[in-house]
Design a protein around this ligand. Structure first.
Ligand code: FAD
Length: 390
């Protein structure tokens, strides 16, 4: 494969696919390709946990069927890893040593799971979950296993824990913070949410610090049997899922001389420090703005695609809502949370522990500033619009 495309996109996640679609709408003539190192056509990454308890849903998770790409004349290369970027020659090199040249490049290489340096973390049976291949591997392992420990009670850990417990697997989520979703919910919201998690049969340990992962014997290749916490307690485990956050897949860009701090720096046109190279999605950070969310990656992909194809679009740096739909409940949070210790807030709070519903509206200086909804979130769109108006 030694080719030239007007727009080359590294990564077939939601940012990359949306960028390709937007570039095509911007210009029907240009040549566009996506290079993805995954085996599967791009899929709804945020739904891969569904594969763990039902692998037959795999194909229904595709973003688009193969014909969609053909109809739009978007070439998609699977199983190809971009190995190097040479901005001086407008060229990328793939792991098979072939080269592809471009007029504009979009780096949408996303995230990789962060793996902390805990003793025993390399044992068989310790996994992360980011790709479809990861989900299928976890599914295969769990067929004859009965106990799972999930490290991390964020978006991903909760969703995975929910699916494990639905499979009848004894599941414990260990969260380092004193309560679940402590960055998104206030104490009352966390409490209501925690009850819901427990009612799904998931055990939760908060303020839990895992210090080592034990195997049947001390050798590094002995499969996991338990995890040890800092307070000296131990939890039995056939599988340990590590989900304590992600790191940007930005090394390629850094090596190419593109400005990278934690992530690839861009302006609000999603343009990097090199004028014909754009970036979008989890790997990108326009003006210190980063949330690691699907909706943000899609919005940035659209802007990067339009601009890479010669348009002039701006990414709007407005804080996205936090939306969660798992553990048979829903959470929607936006804006200021109005902590009880902060007297400048006026709060309108409704809490019903029986139904598991919590609704908090936050006002400051008479103006609606934020809300927390747990359980019943039907007012979400209305409240979001009200905040936008103010
Ligand atoms: C289980 C799970 C649940 C989630 N739940 C939610 C949720 O409820 N709400 C929400 O908003 N977000 C959720 N997320 C996060 C969301 O999925 C991510 O924010 C989003 O997928 C980021 O998209 P992206 O396109 O930037 O990157 P990615 O999805 O990471 O895609 C990047 C792609 O680039 C490829 N790539 C990387 N380097 C190269 C290379 N050198 N050559 C070729 N290809 C390369 C990668 O293999 C990958 O396919 C969840 C994620 C997971 C895993």
């Amino acid at each position: 494969m030694d080719e030239h495309y007007n727009v080359v996109i590294i990564g077939g996640g939601i940012a990359g696919v949306t960028a390709a679609e937007a570039a095509r709408s911007q210009n029907s003539e240009i040549s566009i390709c996506i290079i993805s190192q995954e085996t599967y056509l791009p899929y709804y990454r945020l739904r891969i946990c569904e594969v763990i308890d039902n692998p037959s849903v795999k194909d229904s998770l595709l973003l688009h069927p193969e014909e969609w790409y053909q109809e739009r004349n978007i070439h998609i290369y699977l199983n190809k890893t971009v190995f190097g970027v040479a901005p001086d020659n407008n060229e990328i090199t793939l792991s098979d040593n072939s080269r592809v040249s471009y007029d504009s490049l979009i780096v949408a290489s996303g995230s990789i799971s962060f793996v902390p340096p805990i003793q025993g973390i390399g044992r068989p049976g310790v996994h992360t979950l980011w790709t479809m291949a990861d989900a299928l591997e976890v599914e295969a392992i769990l067929r004859d296993k009965k106990k799972v420990v999930v490290i991390g009670g964020g978006l991903l850990g909760l969703e995975a824990g929910y699916h494990f417990s639905r499979m009848g697997i004894a599941t414990t989520i260990v969260e380092k913070m004193p309560r679940l979703l402590s960055n998104q919910l206030d104490e009352a919201g966390s409490e209501i949410f925690m009850r819901r998690v427990r009612s799904c049969g998931v055990n939760v340990i908060t303020s839990g610090d895992i210090v080592s992962i034990k195997g049947a014997d001390e050798s590094d290749d002995s499969p996991v049997t338990s995890v040890l916490l800092a307070d000296g307690s131990a939890l039995e485990a056939d599988l340990v899922l590590v989900s304590i956050g992600v790191r940007a897949n930005s090394e390629l860009a850094r090596l190419a001389g593109i400005s990278v701090e934690k992530r690839i720096k861009t302006d609000n046109h999603m343009r990097t420090s090199i004028p014909n190279i754009f970036s979008a999605g989890d790997v990108a950070e326009p003006k210190n703005f980063w949330f690691g969310l699907w909706s943000v990656s899609r919005a940035q992909g659209r802007v990067a695609g339009i601009n890479a194809a010669g348009g002039d679009e701006v990414f709007e740096l407005s804080t996205p809502p936090y939306v969660l739909n798992t553990m048979d409940t829903k959470v929607a949070v936006l804006g200021e949370q109005g902590m009880l210790s902060e007297p400048q807030y006026e709060l309108d709070v409704l809490m019903d522990t029986n139904s598991g519903n919590y609704r908090k509206l936050v006002y400051r200086e008479g103006v609606f500033r934020g809300f927390i909804l747990v359980g019943d979130t039907h007012e979400f769109s209305k409240l979001q619009k009200e905040i936008k108006k103010t």
